[in-house]
Design a protein around this ligand. Structure first.
Ligand SMILES: [Zn+2]
Length: 289
């Protein structure tokens, strides 16, 4: 899910050459709401989760190309060295696979993939294998996975070692700098990145949706008008709450948005180096129905 700075630079340059008009989501949504004429080929850029590399690598490119963007933040993870559970699982399977036989990791066993017979059950996973384990784990609630991981770390000291591939999250200074530039606005991506379809308790749902809006406003990151569903999971209760606190919401569904599109179910194209590292790949992804 990562794009190199070179790829992002190419994407922005290529879109501009193709005639794209870069707009902020708020501008486009405002025109849509007021039934104003929308640009024929408008592009709004978004980034999910609030990684520090958005500031380090993407922000200079946004300035270079004069492109506005919206970054969706996980409000309780700002200013922390938190790692999302998929990152923790990736680290575990790639850097600590020899620990998988330990009792404290027994909870993970039903979700592991079968390794080839010539490889031991505790040899390092490839990214693709780790990715299937992560997908299987999505059957569990995010919070349950976090608790399991926490307990495993407490029992296996080696797991506490710093992950060499850890991606830090944005801090307040970086957020303020980007906001002051006028190019970047922020939206909410819940408080803890819990998938809404796994939150049965209405109090938890309210906490994640309304709470993230409140947190970002309190951090002075106004206006906070757009929400982004973790993992793209929408529920009707979730959507109702989102509508109460936000004017629009992004999904992970691929596609273009039009004048009559539902602003609470906005589509996007998800670019990473797996589908956009060359101009041809990029255009092929953009051209998919
Ligand atoms: Zn996310």
């Amino acid at each position: 899910m990562i794009a190199t700075p070179e790829s992002l630079d190419m994407h922005l340059g290529l879109l501009r050459r193709l005639g794209a008009e870069f707009v902020s989501m708020d501008t486009w949504l405002d025109s849509q709401r007021k039934n104003k004429m929308l640009p024929r080929f408008a592009v709004a850029v978004t980034f999910d989760d609030g990684w520090q590399d958005n500031y380090e690598y993407a922000f200079p490119l946004l300035k270079k190309h004069r492109v506005p963007a919206t970054i969706f933040l996980v409000s309780k993870r700002i200013n922390t060295s938190w790692q999302f559970w998929p990152e923790q699982v990736l680290d575990l399977l790639i850097n600590h696979a020899h620990q998988l036989d330990q009792e404290a990791l027994q909870w993970l066993r039903p979700y592991l993939v079968d390794m080839p017979a010539n490889k031991g059950s505790s040899s390092p996973y490839t990214i693709l294998q780790a990715d299937s384990v992560i997908n299987r784990l999505k059957a569990l609630d995010d919070h349950i996975i976090e608790v399991h991981l926490e307990l495993s770390r407490n029992s296996i000291p080696a797991l506490i070692q710093a992950n060499p591939n850890a991606r830090p999250l944005l801090n307040k200074h970086e957020l303020d700098t980007m906001l002051t530039s006028g190019l970047v606005t922020f939206g909410a991506h819940t408080r803890h990145h819990y998938r809404l379809n796994h939150l049965a308790d209405p109090i938890d749902l309210e906490n994640e949706i309304a709470g993230s809006h409140k947190d970002l406003e309190e951090l002075g990151l106004k206006p906070v008008s757009i929400f982004c569903y973790p993992n793209g999971n929408i529920t009707s209760n979730g959507e109702q709450l989102v509508q109460k606190h936000f004017t629009a919401a992004c999904t992970t569904e691929r596609g273009w948005n039009k004048a009559l599109s539902n602003p609470l179910g906005l589509r996007r194209f998800n670019f990473h180096d797996g589908n956009g590292s060359t101009p041809l790949n990029f255009l092929a992804t953009l051209g998919k129905p």
